[in-house]
Design a protein around this ligand. Structure first.
Ligand SMILES: Cc1cc2nc3c(=O)[nH]c(=O)nc-3n(C[C@H](O)[C@H](O)[C@H](O)COP(=O)(O)O)c2cc1C
Length: 153
């Protein structure tokens, strides 16, 4: 998990991809999300979020399900969004595909290229907000915040 924590702390953007399993995210993704309770505590109990809200971090979700039921995809999005809130990433776009169980079905989705472009554009179509007192660039390991953060939960 340490690598995942580091990635979430320092990434510019996140791309989260997940199949629908039993109307929710996969167990693998949920297991990762559930190890973020330490980030929840950092934000809500200690008032020291891993990522400052003004950093304008963004994420996009790609999810695919086999059934017709769009609600399953909405539920995936809810779970992912509730995790991203804890780490102060904004879910700016998503591509939620249903009825794509057959091999190759994703390639048949009408307008898929456009949907993907739109989602990716939502990550980059505004310049990132400058960080307080800084240059707007995030330097890995070189600032006070990095030095004061614990290595693990
Ligand atoms: C265990 C399991 C549960 C699934 N549950 C759902 C579901 O609730 N709703 C849905 O739309 N698709 C469901 N599917 C279909 C998958 O979302 C779909 O086949 C997906 O492309 C599988 O991705 P994978 O090949 O990475 O496992 C399920 C598939 C599996 C294997």
């Amino acid at each position: 998990m340490q690598e995942v924590y580091e990635a979430v702390r320092w990434a510019d953007t996140l791309l989260v991809a997940c199949p629908v399993y039993f109307a929710s995210v996969s167990a693998q993704l949920k297991t990762v999300i559930d190890r973020f309770q330490c980030a929840w505590a950092a934000k809500y109990l200690l008032g020291q979020p891993w990522v400052a809200p003004e950093e304008d971090r963004r994420a996009v979700l790609l999810a695919a399900g086999g059934m017709k039921i769009r609600r399953h995809l909405a539920q995936v999005r809810d779970v992912v969004r509730s995790w991203l809130v804890v780490v102060n990433y904004q879910l700016t776009g998503d591509v939620l595909l249903n009825e794509v169980d057959e091999r190759g079905a994703v390639q048949e989705v009408d307008g898929l290229d456009g949907l993907l472009r739109e989602a990716v554009a939502s990550l980059i179509d505004r310049p990132p907000a400058p960080m307080a007192g800084g240059t707007g660039r995030r330097t890995r390991g070189g600032d006070e915040r990095a030095q004061s953060e614990p290595d693990s939960c």
